[in-house]
Design a protein around this ligand. Structure first.
Ligand code: SAH
Ligand code: SF4
Length: 411
């Protein structure tokens, strides 16, 4: 399929790197499709049939056993193992810092091989464990309530760096080598967790706009979902977008995961302010794309994320308008109400608890689920929108300048 062109300056800043760059010249095979590994092995001198077999074995060792080096790969001939190690690596993102919150939430500050920092969060719950992963270092968008939006986009993460986050989480949680992460439909959650598996769900809600790094996110998720890869069911993966309308259909068709849409406001005036991408793709256009989202049904409802900002988007009228819009587009949707997590210099405050309750009730009364999310990991700055590495802290003046630049680019 031809890649869709999106007009405008702020659109994907692609830094295409099929293989993760490394100073030592070896190639990181984590995140590469089996066929690509086979062709790399063939290029290095193996005959085609053997290369194919080795690629299959390597995948098994990497994704089912968690192997991070070649030495222990017992079904690969002994002399072959150093040969592989001279040419290839199975890298993990470097861990700069690991923190654990009082509520059990864990956060990792990670570093790419070319020294860019990004973050990943693990949120354990009674019935699930959710890994929140990043798709970019920084974000080109500039949502006014989001800390990540105050960073300059440094670059897209590669498929290896995206899959690498899941690998690293499984390393840290001690979940190798348990094989598959999938749950057949007939298996219940408790049976699934009977073997102690902690990581059950993945959300693409860390740093960055995943639909602005479409190819890499798609290729990474293909490995996460592949039965011979990490074998996590697509039902357990959710991609969150701020509303990149032209990429939404492809997301459903080519990635096929659950969709979350960061709506946050129901009028043009307010959404233009808090999610500037709205000036490009408006609310009605966005909701139509949700209605058209491949695979959206009652069983696979779209989630609307709505951050509660005091006096800005939290009135009863806003709630009623949200209900009207969801009904107008006949959306099988649920609404996640996210109490705003403040950060230094943020231009908003969180709505009062009774305001949030009233907002939630109006939506519930219309028959739409509207739970209020409990902020997790606040004490370690792991909550929604707080992801921003301290190395990139900027002054208020810098932030304003950056916001202006970005808005100019948006046109
Ligand atoms: N760029 C994507 C995914 C990452 S943001 C997107 O915008 O959807 C993940 C979620 O965190 C979004 O819903 C975002 O709106 C929310 N978020 C960002 N900053 C926040 C904050 N300070 N408090 C609460 N939620 C926030
Ligand atoms: Fe980027 Fe999402 Fe933050 Fe907006 S909310 S700035 S799209 S990471």
């Amino acid at each position: 399929m031809r890649a869709m062109q999106i007009p405008g300056h702020i659109d994907p800043v692609p830094v295409p790197r099929e293989v993760t760059p490394r100073a030592d010249g070896r190639i990181d095979i984590l995140g590469l499709p089996k066929s690509r590994i086979a062709s790399l092995l063939a290029d290095a001198g193996l005959d085609t049939r053997l290369a194919k077999l080795r690629a299959k074995q390597l995948w098994h060792w990497m994704y089912h056993r968690g192997a991070a080096d070649f030495a222990g790969m017992t079904d690969i001939a002994k002399p072959m193992r150093p040969w592989l190690a001279e040419r290839f690596v199975i890298a993990r993102p470097e861990i700069v810092e690991a923190q654990q919150s009082r509520d059990g939430t864990r956060k990792w500050l990670l570093r790419t091989a070319d020294a860019h920092d990004y973050e990943m969060v693990f949120i354990p719950d009674a019935d699930r464990g959710t890994l929140c992963i990043s798709s970019q270092v920084g974000c080109t968008l500039n949502c006014r309530f989001c800390h990540t939006g105050t960073m300059r986009l440094v670059r897209n993460l590669t498929p290896g760096e995206i899959v690498g986050q899941v690998m690293l989480a499984r390393d840290s949680l001690g979940e190798w080598p348990r094989g598959r992460m999938d749950v057949p439909d007939e298996e219940t959650e408790s049976e699934y967790r009977a073997d102690g598996r902690l990581l059950t769900n993945i959300v693409l809600m860390g740093m960055g706009e995943p639909l602005y790094n479409f190819d890499n996110v798609r290729d990474a998720m293909a490995i996460v979902m592949d039965a011979e890869g990490l074998a996590l069911s697509k039902r357990r993966i959710t991609l969150s977008t701020s509303g990149v309308v032209p990429m939404m259909a492809r997301c459903g068709e080519e990635i096929g995961v659950n969709l979350a849409v960061s709506l946050h406001a129901v009028t043009k005036e307010v959404r233009d302010e808090i999610v500037p991408l709205n000036r490009k793709y408006g609310i009605e256009e966005l909701l139509q794309a949700c209605a058209d989202y491949p695979g959206a049904s009652n069983a696979r409802r779209i989630t609307f994320e709505y951050v509660m900002l005091k006096g800005r988007n939290d009135s009863d009228d806003d709630a009623r308008e949200l209900v009207r819009l969801i009904c107008k587009y006949a959306l099988a949707a649920k609404v996640n109400l996210i109490p705003f997590n403040p950060w230094d210099g943020a231009p908003y405050q969180c709505s009062d608890p009774q305001r949030i309750r009233s907002f939630s009730n109006i939506i519930f009364e219309a028959g739409i689920s509207a739970p209020v999310r409990t902020p997790r990991g606040r004490d370690i700055d792991a909550a929604c929108g707080q992801l921003k590495t301290s190395a990139h802290k900027q002054s208020r003046a810098e932030l304003d300048r950056l916001a202006e630049e970005k808005q100019l680019a948006l046109g």
